[in-house]
Design a protein around this ligand. Structure first.
Ligand code: MSP
Length: 560
């Protein structure tokens, strides 16, 4: 049985959860939900997120807040857990790098690399900023005329012994893996950047820091040499493996997708696969780096204080529903190579266009028509073909339009719902494979739009007024409405990974929750074994998404 393992970066426990963290984790959540549905076997999917806790700055901010580093980390890891709960994420685990399960295995991997000669002791030469107790990279030192960028104090050239990972040994292997897409680096523009940099040559990378007097005991020590601490990035990357390196979970390795933003692609596409090669483990199959969210046209930054933090997202969730926020982030976000702008007006515009006026309207309209015209029960099955020779329902609808003096746009028009829905499902699966999860979700919207077009064309409300006059009017009406409902049921399957709550509401009203253990291709077959059945009660209900008014004040973050 094939498995699917998807990960997000583990987030610095020092930051407050914001739109960037939520966005990457949302992409992974939507992908994981889709794969669970696709395979019909949720246990074969594993979705991991978590927090990266051993950074030096944790020690500093803990002390600024009068807490020990672990207290501070506990508190902030909880913030991430809560934020991800508020966004309805379904991660299967939440790893923290301060947990023993991570620390012991990360140490063991490092020891293995020391034993194999992939990690070795060497001299590190750099510009030491004594006032800040840190090394300043060569280009930053040069830019500041070899003075501290923070205090202006003279930098000193220092050499210290460090452990290094022999990344240089893996240069040609990495090139070959990435060029051949054995390790797929996506999107394509990012793959070219990574290859360009690899072609300039790879150097050894430092993987430890010598512990200095007065240092706290934060971090993981080099197993062979406790005078050194493992550089936080190196052990953090190991989380993807430490979490599934158990008897029950090893079947998930290698990861299918590591998803992140472009800032940390190098670590994931180059350093991590090389470490895995050195550990004699398979490399991840796909590394996907999206672009950034910006806000109302400006970069989000601490100094501008304009980050969209979780509290603001929660205010949007409260006003427009969590599913609406998930939909907006997913479909309007920086998937691909271009940055995306979070702007309130754009949010409202997309909310109305996609959700209030399309998905929500179509679903409640069809439910209401079944309630009103068919007594709330599907009285007919049909094969979803309209306008073909032998198919009479659409002809009856056209007659009703003619009787009412309304023009028929194109008298030869046909609608072929089994094909429309099948093509949408196939495109969704292909998009998911390319990690175009926004396109995947849009396939559900495409089916909704096809149903809307059919309703406008066939005008069942016009037909409904002539049931006494038209001999086969009731039959035609029931056939048309069945087809709409059955197509929307299939649309709801494709929309559910993005909007699980609203689609769950629809399933409750229409009695069509997908059966467990059945793969998507079977669930989504028009008129197949899992179709809406004849006699199924359809409960009408409120609009799934209320229309929004752009003139209303945008939500504000609550300060409780
Ligand atoms: N701890 C490291 C990752 C270690 S993984 C082994 C780290 N943490 S982070 O908290 O800074 O998170 C960076 C990630 O947050 C980005 O790669 C991206 O997934 C997400 N984002 C942070 N800001 C973002 C935007 N403005 N826009 C989109 N995503 C962004 O780096």
């Amino acid at each position: 049985m094939s498995t699917y393992y998807i990960t997000t970066p583990i987030y610095y426990v020092n930051d407050r959860p914001h739109i960037g963290h939520c966005y990457t984790t949302l992409l992974a959540d939507v992908a994981a939900r889709f794969q669970r549905l696709r395979h019909g076997s949720p246990d074969d999917v594993f979705f991991l997120t978590g927090t990266d806790e051993h950074a030096e700055k944790v020690v500093q901010s803990a002390s600024d807040n009068g807490m020990s580093p672990i207290q501070w980390a506990d508190r902030n890891a909880d913030e991430f857990r809560k934020a991800f709960g508020a966004m309805d994420f379904t991660n299967d685990d939440f790893v923290r790098t301060t947990e023993d399960r991570h620390k012991t295995k990360a140490s063991a991997y490092i020891q293995q690399l020391v034993d194999s000669g992939d990690i070795e002791l060497g001299d590190y030469e750099g510009w030491w900023d004594a006032s800040q107790e840190e090394y300043v990279p060569e280009n930053t030192a040069r830019e500041h005329d070899y003075k501290s960028p923070v205090t202006g104090r003279e930098l000193e050239k220092r050499t210290e012994q460090n452990y290094f990972f022999r990344l240089d040994k893996y240069e040609s292997w990495l090139r070959e893996q990435i060029e051949s897409d054995t390790i797929r680096v996506l999107p394509g523009a990012r793959k070219n950047e990574v290859l360009g940099r690899i072609r300039q040559g790879l150097q050894k990378v430092p993987v430890s820091r010598k512990i200095k007097e007065g240092d706290t005991d934060w971090g993981i020590r080099m197993p062979n040499d406790p005078e050194h601490r493992i550089y936080v990035w190196i052990e953090a990357l190991c989380n993807y493996l430490t979490t599934v390196d158990t008897d029950e979970r090893e079947r998930f390795w290698p990861a299918d997708v590591h998803v992140m933003a472009k800032d940390i692609l190098w670590f994931h596409a180059v350093i991590w696969p090389a470490m895995l090669k050195a550990l004699d483990r398979p490399a991840p199959k796909t590394v996907y780096a999206h672009a950034y969210w910006i806000r109302e046209g400006r970069k989000m930054s601490k100094s501008l204080g304009n980050f969209i933090e979780i509290e603001l997202l929660e205010a949007y969730c409260k006003k427009y529903s969590t599913d609406a926020v998930r939909w907006y982030l997913l479909t309007q976000g920086p998937l691909g190579a271009n940055d995306a702008d979070f702007a309130h007006e754009h949010f409202v515009e997309m909310y109305n266009a996609d959700l209030a006026n399309s998905v929500g309207n179509s679903m409640s309209r069809v439910g209401n028509m079944i309630d009103k015209y068919l007594g709330g029960e599907l009285t007919m099955l049909c094969n979803g073909e309209f306008g073909f020779p032998g198919g009479s329902a659409l002809q009856t609808a056209r007659t009703a339009l003619a009787n009412a003096g309304k023009p028929v746009d194109d008298p030869d028009r046909t609608f072929h719902f089994p094909e429309i829905t099948k093509a949408a499902v196939e495109r969704a699966i292909a998009s998911a494979d390319a990690f175009e999860v926004d396109e995947m979700a849009r396939q559900g919207l495409a089916v909704v739009r096809a149903v809307d077009e059919f309703i406008s064309y066939a005008a069942p409300f016009t037909l409904a007024k002539q049931l006494d006059e038209l001999e086969d009017g009731t039959h035609a009406l029931a056939t048309i409405l069945y087809s709409c409902a059955e197509s929307l049921r299939i649309a709801s399957l494709l929309l559910a990974p993005a909007m699980p709550t609203k689609m769950g509401e629809l399933w409750a009203r229409w009695g069509c929750a997908p059966s467990a253990g059945v793969p998507l291709a079977d669930l989504a077959e028009f008129g197949g074994a899992h179709k809406l059945k004849k006699g199924q009660r359809i409960t009408k209900g409120d609009a799934l998404f209320m229309r929004a008014d752009v003139k209303e004040e945008p939500p504000v973050a609550s300060t409780d």
